[in-house]
Design a protein around this ligand. Structure first.
Ligand code: 3PG
Ligand code: MG
Length: 402
C-alpha cells in the first residue's frame, strides 16, 4: 500500500500529534448508544500513546452550523474515550483553537491525550478556511487522519490541515482504505455487489460505477421494485420510482454491455402495509396484487443469491434487502447476510460492507463479526462506491513533508 502515508512514516515520539477522528456517534440523553467508531480508534491511539506522542483529538459532532451549541459539545465523549483507552485520563479543552486550546496542548506530556471541543462550532471548519486550518495547525507538529467516515467532507480539519503538516493515515483509515481497495479496485473474481435500500434515485452514481467493476450486481430492497417495474413487472402498491423506469433500463443495458449480470428478485414477501404482525404472503413477482406491497425478497430469491455468492470470491454489500426493521421483513437480509458470514468464515469469500443502514442491518442479523470488514462510514463509503475521490484521502496522498 503505497498511495498514502501511514503512521509508520511519521515521527511521533515527543511530538504533538493532531489526530482527526470521527466522534459523530449516535447518542441519546448524553450517552453513547453505539460506540463502534470510538472502539475502532483504539489501535491508532494505543500506538501513538505507546510511542510517546502527545495526542490531540479533533472531531466534529452533529451539524451546529458554525455556532457553539451546548447540546453538541464533545465533552460527553471524554468518558467513553477514557474507557476505550483502558482508563487513561483524557483532558478536554472547551474550544478547538485559540488560547484555551493552545494552553491545553502545551500542557501535554508524552503519552497524554487531549480532546478539543467540536470543530464545527467554528464556521471555518466547513468552509475549509485556511486561517482556521492554520489555527489548528498551530496546536501540533504532525497530523494523522483516522476519520475515514468524514473523508468525503472537504473541511478544514480533513483537507486544509492535512496539507499544512506532515500527514498520514491512522490505522482505522488505513484499514478502511485497504479493504475498499481489495473489494473494489483489485478484487479476486468473481466479485458480487449487493445493493439494497429504498430508492434508486439516491444510488444512481453508485450503480453506474459498480456495473463497470462487478461481475454480478444483486439489486434488493425497494430499489428492486423500480427495476422490476421498468422491465414490465407490475409491482402493485410497492414503493417504486416510476419516473426512473427509463434510467433503470439504461442501467440494465449498460450492465449487460459491461458483462455485469444484474440479479433481480423472482419472488417476494408482500403485505397490505408495513406493520408489525400484518398478514403476509410469499408470491412470484409476476403475481403481485394491485393492493399489496413488496416488503422483502422471497426465499427463492435469497437462496439464489446465496448460491451465486458461493461461487464468488469477493462481496461488496450496501443496503438492506427488505424492510429489516419490521420482522418478518428482515428474513432475506438475515439469510443472505448469514450466508455471506458462513462463506467468509469458511475462507472462500472476502466480504466488505458499509454505508448507512447496512451496518444496522448486519448487526440486526448478528453477523458483523462474520464479515471480513464492516466500514464505520456512511456517506464516505457510498461516495467511494460511486468512484469519487474523497478529499480526506486525496489530501493524505498529496501531503508532503514528514
Ligand atoms: C457521518 O456521520 O456520516 C460523518 O461523521 C459525517 O457527518 P456529516 O454527514 O454531518 O458531514
Ligand atoms: Mg452523514
Amino acid at each position: 500500500m503505497s498511495r498514502f502515508r501511514t503512521i509508520d512514516q511519521l515521527e511521533v515520539t515527543g511530538r504533538r500529534v493532531l489526530v482527526r477522528v470521527d466522534l459523530n456517534v449516535p447518542m441519546s440523553d448524553g450517552r453513547v448508544t453505539d460506540a463502534t467508531r470510538i472502539t475502532r480508534l483504539r489501535p491508532t491511539l494505543a500506538e501513538l500513546i505507546a510511542a510517546g506522542a502527545r495526542v490531540i483529538l479533533l472531531s466534529h459532532y452533529g451539524r451546529p452550523r458554525g455556532k457553539a451549541t451546548p447540546e453538541m459539545s464533545l465533552a460527553p465523549l471524554v468518558g467513553p474515550l477514557t474507557a476505550v483507552l483502558g482508563g487513561r485520563p483524557v483532558a478536554f479543552a472547551p474550544d478547538c483553537i485559540g488560547p484555551v486550546a493552545e494552553r491545553a496542548a502545551a500542557a501535554l506530556a508524552d503519552g497524554d491525550v487531549l480532546l478539543l471541543e467540536n470543530l464545527r462550532f467554528h464556521p471555518g471548519e466547513e468552509a475549509n478556511d485556511p486561517a482556521f486550518a492554520a489555527a489548528l495547525a498551530a496546536l501540533g507538529e504532525v497530523y494523522v487522519n483516522d476519520a475515514f467516515s468524514a473523508a468525503h467532507r472537504a473541511h478544514a480539519s480533513v483537507d486544509a490541515l492535512a496539507r499544512r503538516l506532515p500527514a498520514a493515515a491512522g490505522r482505522l483509515m488505513q484499514d478502511e482504505l485497504e479493504h475498499l481497495e481489495l473489494a473494489l479496485e483489485t478484487p479476486a473474481r468473481p466479485v458480487m455487489a449487493i445493493v439494497g435500500g429504498a430508492k434508486v434515485s439516491t444510488k444512481l452514481d453508485l450503480l453506474g460505477n459498480l456495473i463497470r467493476k462487478m461481475d454480478l450486481l444483486v439489486v434488493g430492497g425497494g430499489m428492486a421494485n423500480t427495476f422490476l417495474n421498468a422491465l414490465g413487472v407490475a409491482v402493485g402498491a410497492s414503493l417504486c420510482e416510476h419516473e426512473l423506469a427509463e434510467t433503470a433500463r439504461e442501467i440494465v443495458a449498460t450492465a449487460k454491455a459491461a458483462r455485469c449480470e444484474v440479479v433481480l428478485p423472482t419472488d417476494a414477501v408482500v403485505a397490505a402495509r408495513l406493520a408489525d404482525g400484518v398478514a403476509t404472503e410469499t408470491l412470484s413477482v409476476k403475481q403481485i396484487p394491485q393492493d399489496r406491497m413488496i416488503l422483502d425478497l422471497g426465499p427463492a430469491t435469497s437462496a439464489h443469491i446465496s448460491r451465486r455468492m458461493a461461487a464468488c470470491r469477493t462481496l461488496v454489500w450496501n443496503g438492506p434487502l427488505g424492510c429489516f426493521e419490521v420482522p418478518p421483513f428482515d428474513a432475506a437480509t438475515n439469510r443472505v447476510a448469514q450466508a455471506a458470514a458462513d462463506l467468509t468464515r469458511a475462507g472462500g469469500l472476502l466480504s466488505v460492507a458499509g454505508g448507512g443502514d447496512t451496518v444496522a442491518a448486519l448487526a440486526h442479523a448478528g453477523v458483523v463479526a462474520g464479515f471480513s470488514y464492516v466500514s464505520t462510514a456512511g456517506g464516505a463509503f457510498l461516495e467511494w462506491l460511486e468512484g469519487k475521490t474523497l478529499p480526506g484521502v486525496a489530501a493524505l496522498a498529496l501531503a508532503g513533508g514528514g
